[in-house]
Design a protein around this ligand. Structure first.
Ligand SMILES: [Zn+2]
Length: 119
């Protein structure tokens, strides 16, 4: 039980399952959210389901890898450790020098917390 075999799931594959199977999005819509084509999304979700099925049927643990997660939104979200301020920076502008709220430089990139329901 402690030496459980593992299947690996990339963050992208996990996100694909979340969007498609948990939220019920179409491949096209989910692909758009992840910034990939419908065909690419189809391949991601296929591999993801294969891994999950393997774990389920063969009693393996699922290990979600760090992977190179692509932000699904066009903007990047930063979170300030000092004042908890969260703000967005458009893609391609580089890392902002400091928190726009408190001027602290101790901040990190994060992901959108809430799943904004297609505003
Ligand atoms: Zn701040």
């Amino acid at each position: 039980m402690f030496d459980l075999e593992e299947v690996r799931l990339t963050v992208d594959q996990r996100e694909a399952i979340r969007l498609s199977d948990l939220l019920g999005m179409s491949h096209e819509e989910a692909g758009r959210r992840m910034g990939v084509s419908r065909a690419t999304f189809g391949r991601i979700i296929q591999r993801a389901r294969g891994a999950v099925a393997d774990a389920l049927i063969n009693g393996k643990a699922i290990n979600v890898e760090g992977g190179n997660y692509q932000l699904i939104d066009k903007a990047r979200i930063f979170h300030c450790s000092a004042c908890d301020h969260e703000w967005e920076e458009p893609v391609g502008t580089g890392r902002p020098p400091r928190c726009p709220s408190c001027r602290n430089t101790d901040f990190y990139r994060t992901r959108r917390k809430v799943d904004d329901s297609d505003s």
